[in-house]
Design a protein. Structure first.
Length: 230
């Protein structure tokens, strides 16, 4: 089952993860999927992901529990509620569905089955190079989103998405003018493994925390940490 994404790929960077104990759990974080079973193979439902251009998460609700289409984008801890005045038809591909909040907006395309969602354009003032990585949540598969940073030979943000045994994500260097790059991998028996252009990553999880090391083909390396925020 294909569960993917949106825009951009650049840079070289690698991560590994070792346990980072966290005995606390946040009651605001869902332990079960929000997505309804009747939409598992349809375009309606719940979509979650991460944001780069600063750092954040995104949640899109396309008529999952009502006749409303809406989204919530959290950037650097500030929540923005997006509305949509357009409509969507169950089981039909969606093109250019526009979400707005004040002077911010973004447009998405969604396949008829919901397996593919793409942010095709966005206007997020004060956040140049805004990039989204979003996937569909299923009634049987909870999507968990983590925000973090990496340090060492290079520094930047690191945001990951976990669903079932799959990992997606975005990283972005703190260097001026840098762009986001997509990450992907696997999550099996609490272990994270994956690859991307110029490197690979591995590690584990403890509670709501993930952490570890990174290394790329240029022999740059360091550590990273992240925490679940959605």
């Amino acid at each position: 089952m294909k569960k993917i994404f949106t825009l951009l790929l650049i840079g070289i960077f690698c991560i590994g993860c070792s346990s980072d104990s966290d005995s606390s759990s946040s009651s605001s974080l869902s332990s079960t999927p929000m997505a309804k079973a009747e939409f598992d193979t349809k375009n309606f439902g719940i979509y979650k992901g991460v944001f780069s251009g600063s750092s954040g998460t995104v949640l899109i609700n396309i008529k999952n529990d009502s006749d409303v289409i809406k989204a919530v984008l959290v950037i650097d801890g500030t929540t923005y509620n997006f509305t949509c005045t357009e409509d969507a038809t169950l089981g039909q591909a969606i093109t250019g569905l526009t979400f707005t909040s004040g002077d911010m907006s973004f447009d998405v395309n969604v396949s008829a089955t919901g397996d593919d969602i793409a942010v095709v354009s966005s206007t997020i003032p004060a956040h140049p190079g805004a990039t989204f990585n979003i996937i569909k949540e299923y009634s049987t598969d909870l999507v968990r989103c983590y925000q973090g940073t990496y340090t060492g030979s290079a520094q930047g943000t690191l945001n990951l998405i976990l669903i079932d045994q799959e990992i997606y994500g975005l990283s972005r260097s703190n260097e001026e003018g840098s762009e986001a790059q997509f990450l992907n991998g696997s999550f099996i028996e609490n272990q994270i493994n994956g690859s991307f252009n110029g490197g690979g990553f591995s590690g584990s999880m403890s509670g709501n925390n993930i952490s570890g090391q990174w290394q790329n083909d240029l022999q740059e390396s360091g550590t990273w940490t992240g925490r679940r925020t959605l």
